[in-house]
Design a protein around this ligand. Structure first.
Ligand SMILES: [Zn+2]
Length: 606
């Protein structure tokens, strides 16, 4: 019975290019897990989009002197290009600036209000008399009243990590220049303290399979500090309006609406796919499994805020969003199953910084390296349990010693040897016919490979991707050892039948390993799949689509399953047929010069 899997990936802000730290933090792990579940024949829905609201985006627009809409679209289009180049296969990658997202976010807001989880309160906010408006939190900086850090934002200190009360900031100054004064304003608050018992219960149930780092930042924090109410509206003119009379000029805070994107994108995907209600199979279905990928700085929002919104909105959401027919009624919105947040990746021992150009940019890296080489290094170095470091010398070494030497050469030399000596076909056997007369060593190797589907699969399901890839690489090493012992290159001169058995066994092992490697290395695995002469493909295709609504046109990235009819599963051992026709093989990976490390280091910080 196929499972319904939602792969939900944190929404990038439209204020900066995406670098390798962002990719290894959320997009790549999400894509690997999505591809694995597709290969298993599960129903996968992978969604995200560009966070086009929020003050980081308006700040970027102010800085560039352009309309916000133009700036968000510029970054958004760059993201679409990047995800295609890296093979990040979103079923729908959209933006928060869509009519549908507005509606869904407002329905969540109204449901929370209807269920008594919102209240209003007055507070003091920094106001610019010259601009005649309240300034968003990020527009005001000053000295942190907790730790004394001088570059604190009015709502948060990046030095001590505390959430700040804007009016307590010492020496406040506007990023736009000009005078500041405190004025009273009114906002909606989400009463998280009311939802605390539910959030705790939800986290306690999932703690056994969630990462310790994530539980530490969520359940343990709630146990020691509790959940406090949070304001969820802002005085802004860009974003989603508060859907109530008398609240004009106020917008939903980006952190209450950006997370709603996981739900609204599923609904949009359903609508543009022509099956309006399909999203309910993920979102009104307690058996569906939802995985949320993001960096450690966003754990609170995905483990506490978003589950609180889902539980607080409850069945009421369907009444506001879906008045007739009342689809999904009586159902609750599906809660996260796992939130495998990653730690951070540094670069050459220093924190990645866009402003200092201390970064490896996702699009730029593709101009010099193949996507699978980059995906490989980012997976073996993924910051799953602790911060990791991108080191250019290590990138070259691991590419050459592991990807090229252990896996790429294995596939290439066996296929090339077979192609040359068996006239472009997998060896066939007079004796045994369709079932070759395998020897004990052949059977042992194939049994080890067959077990790999369970061991690598178990690691992938638990989102231990480094370990999953390590297991697959160990099996590739086992095939190399088998070939060293059986040396078909020598045997062919004296005993071609024995060489044929060795080559057949190795090819069958490689054909299986190709599937195990494919979630990590989709481009070269697809290439290898075609060398084997298969006419199907392992994965589908990405394409770009324009979608129109009352807010205008937005461009989305889509994914079309190709060659996978119904729930055909590739995640199983190879059934390679003796005599199968091969295609001309070629190398899968490129060896890198050692000088690459110095060349790349010279680019940094300039
Ligand atoms: Zn501080």
């Amino acid at each position: 019975m196929p499972e319904n899997i939602l792969i939900a990936i944190a929404w990038p802000y439209a204020n900066a290019e995406i670098h390798v730290g962002n990719i290894t933090g959320s997009h790549l792990p999400g894509d690997i897990v999505a591809r694995y579940h597709r290969l298993k024949g599960n129903n996968v829905l992978m969604v995200s989009g560009t966070d086009s609201h929020g003050t980081p985006v308006t700040l970027a627009a102010d800085k560039e002197g352009k309309p916000v809409e133009e700036v968000y679209k510029k970054y958004h289009h760059g993201f679409l290009e990047l995800f295609q180049g890296w093979g990040i296969t979103y079923d729908l990658y959209t933006t928060t600036h869509t009519e549908n997202h507005f509606k869904v976010s407002q329905a969540i807001f109204l449901a929370l209000k209807g269920n008594g989880f919102l209240y209003t309160a007055r507070s003091m906010q920094w106001f610019s008399p010259s601009a005649k408006r309240f300034l968003p939190d990020r527009y005001v900086e000053g000295t942190c009243y907790i730790c004394g850090f001088e570059g604190a934002r009015s709502d948060q200190c990046d030095n001590c990590g505390n959430v700040l009360e804007p009016e307590k900031l010492i020496n406040p100054r506007s990023k736009e220049g000009g005078a500041l004064e405190l004025r009273e304003t009114e906002h909606f608050y989400l009463d998280l303290s009311k939802l605390e018992p539910d959030v705790k219960k939800f986290l306690e149930e999932r703690a056994p399979h969630m990462r310790d780092t994530v539980i530490g930042e969520s359940l343990r924090k709630i146990e020691s500090e509790g959940l406090k109410p949070r304001s969820i509206t802002r005085d802004l003119d860009w974003g989603i309006p508060v859907p109530l009379e008398g609240w004009e000029g106020k917008r939903l805070y980006v952190w209450i609406e950006a997370v709603v994107g996981y739900l609204s994108a599923a609904i949009e995907w359903s609508q543009v796919s022509g099956e309006k209600e399909t999203w309910l199979e993920w979102w009104a279905n307690p058996a569906s499994k939802h995985f949320y990928f993001q960096g450690k700085d966003n754990i609170f929002f995905h483990t506490s805020m978003w589950p609180a919104e889902l539980m607080g909105a409850g069945e009421q959401f369907f009444e506001f969003f879906y008045p007739s027919p009342k689809k999904g009624e009586g159902n609750k919105l599906t809660l996260p199953y796992d939130v495998p947040a990653n730690q951070f990746m540094n670069l050459e021992g220093q924190k990645i910084s866009g402003s200092r150009n201390w970064a490896v940019w996702g699009l730029d890296a593709l101009t010099r390296y193949d996507p699978d080489a980059l995906r490989y290094y980012l997976t073996v170095n993924m910051p799953e349990a602790k911060d990791s470091d991108w080191d250019w010398a290590e990138f070259v070494a691991r590419n050459n010693n592991e990807l090229v030497a252990t896996w790429g050469n294995l596939a290439n030399r066996v296929l090339a040897f077979c192609y040359k000596n068996w006239e472009g076909h997998v060896p066939s056997f007079a004796e045994g016919g369709a079932t070759p007369p395998l020897r004990p060593a052949d059977r042992n190797l194939l049994a080890d490979i067959e077990n790999g589907f369970a061991t690598v699969g178990a690691e992938l399901e638990a989102v231990r991707l480094r370990s999953a890839l390590g297991e697959a690489m160990k099996l590739a090493t086992a095939v190399n050892v088998y070939l060293d012992v059986n040396a078909p290159w020598t045997a062919i001169k004296t005993d071609k039948a024995s060489a044929a058995l060795t080559v057949y066994t190795a090819l069958k092992a490689i054909d299986s390993l190709k599937v195990m490697f494919s979630p990590f290395l989709p481009f070269t695995s697809e290439k290898l799949h075609s060398f084997f002469g298969y006419e199907t493909s392992l994965f589908g295709e990405q394409y770009v689509e324009e979608i129109q609504d009352s807010l205008g046109t937005h461009t989305s990235l889509r994914y079309r399953a190709v060659g996978q009819i119904g729930n055909l599963s590739y995640w199983k051992p190879s059934e390679l047929k003796p005599g199968q026709k091969l295609n001309q093989p070629g190398p899968l990976f490129k060896k890198l010069e050692e000088s690459v490390a110095d060349e790349e280091r010279a680019r940094l910080g300039r």
